[in-house]
Design a protein around this ligand. Structure first.
Ligand code: 13P
Ligand code: ZN
Ligand code: NA
Length: 283
């Protein structure tokens, strides 16, 4: 059975590790994150952005994730990442998604709260967990692009009020990470994270974890991050390996052959990220 993120994030919070949320796009990438997490006994959040859900079809994703949950003895959640439309979220919850993020971070504070509340009211009826974001991450994720000049870091007092009013299950914080790759080294506001953790008791989520040095990710986990979102760092080695395969085998046409090096390359980085999250051997 697919689980919400409630229990797995509380466990992580208690034991000071993070649950990795890997963005997948198709059967192959879903298989890689599931098989690797199962092999390493790590809890797993399978994340899909709106365009992934549209590309792969919600019912196909749910069916694959359910098969994964049935066949493996680890907690697995199927999560709607960066969804902006409550009606789409409701429809996908009906299809079987077990967790969601309503991203209304672009809206003014009160409007963000109002939108998140409608999603919480629906999701909690079905034991589906809700993540929301306060502040604004820069970079490009899916079709959502935010310019560097529009970055807003999460204010701890606002966050307390936001959580009180919305009753969300976890909060995505903006502390200097960005979606995609960085120009140079990221600058993370660890003091702000510490202040947030001090005032907030629900699990905190780090977006944009690709291209953040491992020691910095681990420091955020030590300071209270319990869910780490990773997309770009998986896509690059997968596609690089497939490109490489075609370079060496220009006449190849069997997807089972040319996808396999991509899956193998992705598996290595998934293993590495699970180790960074310290989520192995928890189940
Ligand atoms: P990265 O692509 O930087 O890993 O960001 C992923 C993310 O935040 C998905 O929500
Ligand atoms: Zn994100
Ligand atoms: Na990133």
């Amino acid at each position: 059975k697919l689980l919400s993120t409630k229990q797995m994030l509380l466990e992580a919070q208690k034991n000071r590790y993070a649950v990795p949320a890997f963005n997948i796009h198709n059967m192959e990438t879903l298989q890689v994150v599931v098989n690797t997490a199962a092999k390493m006994h790590s809890p797993l959040i399978i994340a899909a952005t709106p365009s992934t859900v549209a590309y792969a079809d919600p019912a196909y994703l749910v069916a694959m994730a359910q098969a994964a949950a049935q066949q493996n003895n680890i907690p697995i959640a199927l999560h709607l990442d960066h969804h902006e439309d409550p009606s789409v979220i409701e429809k996908d919850i009906d299809t079987g998604f077990s967790s969601c993020m309503i991203d209304a971070s672009k809206l003014p504070f009160e409007e963000n709260i109002a939108k998140v509340k409608t999603v919480v009211a629906y999701a909690h009826k079905y034991d589906v967990t809700v993540e929301a974001e306060l502040g604004k991450l820069v970079g490009k994720e899916d079709d959502i692009e935010v310019a560097d000049t529009d970055a807003i870091y999460t204010d701890p007092d606002d966050a307390v009020e936001f959580i009180k009013q919305t009753n969300i299950d976890s909060l995505a914080v903006a502390i200097g990470t960005a979606h995609g790759l960085y120009k140079g080294k990221p600058h993370l506001d660890f003091d702000r994270l510490q202040a947030l953790r001090k005032q907030i008791d629900i699990p905190l989520v780090l977006h944009g974890a690709s291209d953040v040095p491992d020691d910095m990710v681990q420091k955020t986990i030590e300071l209270g991050i319990t869910k780490v979102n990773i997309a770009t760092d998986l896509k690059i080695p997968f596609s690089a390996a497939v490109k490489d395969f075609f370079q060496n085998n220009p006449t190849a046409s069997d997807p089972r052959k040319y996808m396999t090096p991509g899956k193998e390359a992705m598996q290595k980085i998934v293993e590495h990220k699970i180790n960074v999250c310290k989520s192995a051997n928890r189940y």
